[in-house]
Design a protein around this ligand. Sequence first.
Ligand code: 0RQ
Length: 501
Amino acid sequence: YENRIGVKSLLDKVVSAQEAAALIQDGSVVGMSGFTRAGDAKVVPMALVERAQNEKFQIDVYTGASLGPEVDKHLAEAGVIRKRGPFQADSGIRNMINSGSVTYVDAHLSHNAELVRQGIIGPIKHAIIEATAITEDGMIIPTTSVGNSNIFVEYAENVIIELNVSHPESLIGLHDIYTPAEQGKREAIPMTNPEQRIGTIGIPVDPAKIAAIVISEEPDAPSMIVPPDEETQTMANLLLDFFRDEIKAGRLTNELMPLQSGVGSVANAVLDGFADSEFENLVVASEVLQDAVFNLIDAGKVRFAAGASITLTAELQEKVYGNLENYADKICLRPQEISNHPELIRRLGLISINTALELDIYGNVNSTHVSGTKMMNGIGGSGDFARNARLGIFVTKSYAKGGAISSIVPMVSHVDHTEHDVDVIVTEQGIADLRGLAPKERAALIIEKCAHPEYKEQLRDYYNRAVEATGDAHTPHILAEALSWHVSLAENKTMKKELVK
Ligand code: 0RQ
């Protein structure tokens, strides 16, 4: 590992994970690297789990996005996490959030850096950052994600490095680290094309701030994407046809515009769908680069992909990390403040594709709360993109839990993306283009195109009665009934009226 530590005076800082974990004080706010299971600190958190067996202490943990099991399962279940933000996606910590033993701040991913600058998150005592190397001129080279690491390193009182020698040195040069100045003293972000490099290859750090270096060989936890099924494939095809219509209308060319797609199987299926299509020379400007992006680079369909992390299945990890040189000039990892920056999303004209848990007849989307109360994962970057994209698209199956749940309801039980941020909705039933439509026009289209056939009549019935009851108001609702589908699910285990006795 010595050759990966360019500042030779730092060789004295190499310690065991247990020694590094002992530096972390009870009650500290800790910023950790990691974004969707990629590039997260692993061995120091596990040493904290060990320490928690003999000592009671708690910390607040902020990261880029979701982490692998070391933190979001084991550290949480050891009772060490008091507060967690801004995103998680693990059943271990999710259960604790939903039973009140972990406090969770679910936030737009682009907002975190500003909150750190303003001291709302912090003061940050420790930053724990996984690194590929530390350069001679004192830069931390991240591994498979950047996330919030740059802002944590800048504001933390001290920095603990997990030097992970299992990541290839060919990661050096892949990152593009740009950190905006404070608000009020800030210039425009100098990017007019996602392929430009605007920053440095690593995170600048004062070596005196590095308190410890721990050597690690733990690989990233692989992503667990399920392959496309018939329904996700149908959604992908609907979306590709929609893009074809946009080309005919003169709003897009077959290079489209830079693409962002959320995590999950639908997003991956949509991207996979480009492989056998006429679309070409595509650019991805996303937050997570999943398997499909690399398959599309291999197929010559994607010419460049930028994100805040690379999250791959075990199979793709082997293929990509073994041949990273082949991708070096085609991919780039940036801080999430940049990948998700409203200024850039709007300027570059992104097409964004994210997933809804449920949506209502007017197009309000719930991406986070099951039955309005239980946290699923979090809003992640979906809000950053949906509001600012050129085209904000949401995908979801039209039903869940074998049909007991309609994903299209009279009123969502929680709102993440308002009707104003939702341009297009896709389910396996059809696609609704809501741009330029008023609420009543939207309702008619969403019900007819996107709802499951078994729920269409029930939705029409609610809507028609709402129109009548409100005297054809702008957004018709029967307030006493608007959430009754969720109540029915809780009481009768189904939203289907005919099954309720
Ligand atoms: O539960 O597995 O127990 O059956 O929710 O649903 O259909 O498998 O979809 O895995 O793509 O996840 C919105 C959660 C979708 C995710 C969400 C149940 C369903 C199943 C999962 P089971 P699917 P996915 C990029 C951008 C928000 C953040 C985001 C997400 C489980 O995509 O977290 O987009 N997005 N970030 O049965 C009750 C409903 C339901 C329901 C589905 N209406 N009510 N349960 N389910 N609909 C990432 C980052 O920013 C980092």
